[in-house]
Design a protein around this ligand. Structure first.
Ligand SMILES: Cc1cc2nc3c(=O)[nH]c(=O)nc-3n(C[C@H](O)[C@H](O)[C@H](O)COP(=O)(O)O)c2cc1C
Length: 218
C-alpha cells in the first residue's frame, strides 16, 4: 500500500469481526517490526501472540475481574508514575479518546468495547525486561508503531489498548510470560466490524492545533 494511505488510515478499531488473522501473516508483521530502531540496538521487546481458546480464556477471566470491580493494576505502574501532568490531562479532557463518545451520550459503547477486548481474535502482548531503563519503554513504543503500520499495510485493523493489560497476572498466566518480564502493552490485530456503531468515524477524536505542539527556534 502507498505509505500516505497507510499512515492516514491509522485510526483505532474498537470492534473486530470474528475472522482470525492468518498465523503466518501475524508472524511476518512481527518479524518485519524487528527492524525498528532501539537504544544501542538493545531490542528489549518480546511478543506473545494470543489467539484461539487461550485468548477466549483470558477474556473471560478479565471480564470477571471487571465485573467484580477489581482495580486495574498495569505492570508499568511499578516502574513509572501513572500520574498525568496538567498538559496531557487538559488534552484528554478536551480531545481525548472517550470525549466524542461522551458528547454523543454513548460512553457505554466505549466501555463495553474495552471490557470485551474489542472482540479481537488475535492480540499481541508486548513485554520488556522487568529491569529496564525508561529508554526501553520508548523503544517499545517505536516497535509498537512499526507493528501497527505494517499491519495496516497488510489490510488489517489495529487496536492498541492499555485496558488489555490491566490485569497482568492473567496475561502472564495465559501467555506463560516469565516473572522477570513486564507486560507493557497489547495490540489487537484483525478485521474491522464496519457495522459496529463503536467504529463510526463520528467518534474519531481530533488532534490539538499544530501551533500548540510545534515551535521552530532559530
Ligand atoms: C498506549 C496506548 C494505549 C491505549 N489504550 C487504549 C485503551 O485502553 N482503550 C481504548 O479504547 N483506546 C486506547 N488507545 C487508543 C487511543 O485512545 C487512540 O489512539 C486515540 O484516542 C486516538 O484515536 P485514533 O487512533 O483513532 O486517531 C490507546 C492508544 C495508545 C497509543
Amino acid at each position: 500500500m502507498e505509505f500516505n494511505k497507510v499512515y492516514n488510515h491509522e485510526r483505532v478499531t474498537r470492534k473486530f469481526t470474528s475472522r482470525k488473522v492468518n498465523e503466518k501473516l501475524l508472524a511476518k508483521i512481527i518479524q518485519r517490526a524487528q527492524l525498528s530502531p532501539s537504544l544501542l540496538n538493545s531490542q528489549p521487546w518480546k511478543v506473545y501472540m494470543l489467539t484461539g481458546d487461550a485468548l477466549s480464556g483470558l477474556k473471560k477471566e478479565v471480564k470477571t475481574q471487571i465485573d467484580n470491580n477489581v482495580e486495574p493494576h498495569e505492570d508499568f505502574v511499578k516502574m513509572l508514575s501513572l500520574n498525568w501532568d496538567s498538559y496531557p490531562s487538559q488534552n484528554m479532557a478536551a480531545v481525548g479518546a472517550s470525549q466524542p463518545y461522551f458528547f454523543n451520550n454513548k460512553m457505554e459503547l466505549f466501555s463495553e468495547s474495552n471490557n470485551n477486548m474489542f472482540n479481537a481474535q488475535d492480540v499481541a502482548f508486548l513485554t520488556i525486561p522487568r529491569t529496564s531503563p525508561a529508554w526501553s519503554v520508548y523503544d517499545l513504543g517505536i516497535f509498537s508503531q512499526s507493528i501497527m503500520l505494517l499491519a495496516l499495510n497488510e489490510g488489517l485493523s489495529i487496536m492498541p489498548a492499555h485496558s488489555m493489560v490491566s490485569y497482568p497476572e492473567l496475561v502472564r498466566k495465559y501467555c506463560k510470560i516469565p516473572e522477570d518480564e513486564l507486560v507493557g502493552m497489547a495490540i489487537g490485530l484483525g478485521y474491522q466490524d464496519n457495522a459496529a456503531e463503536v467504529n463510526d468515524p463520528k467518534f474519531y477524536p481530533d488532534r490539538l492545533p499544530f501551533k500548540k505542539i510545534y515551535k521552530l527556534i532559530k
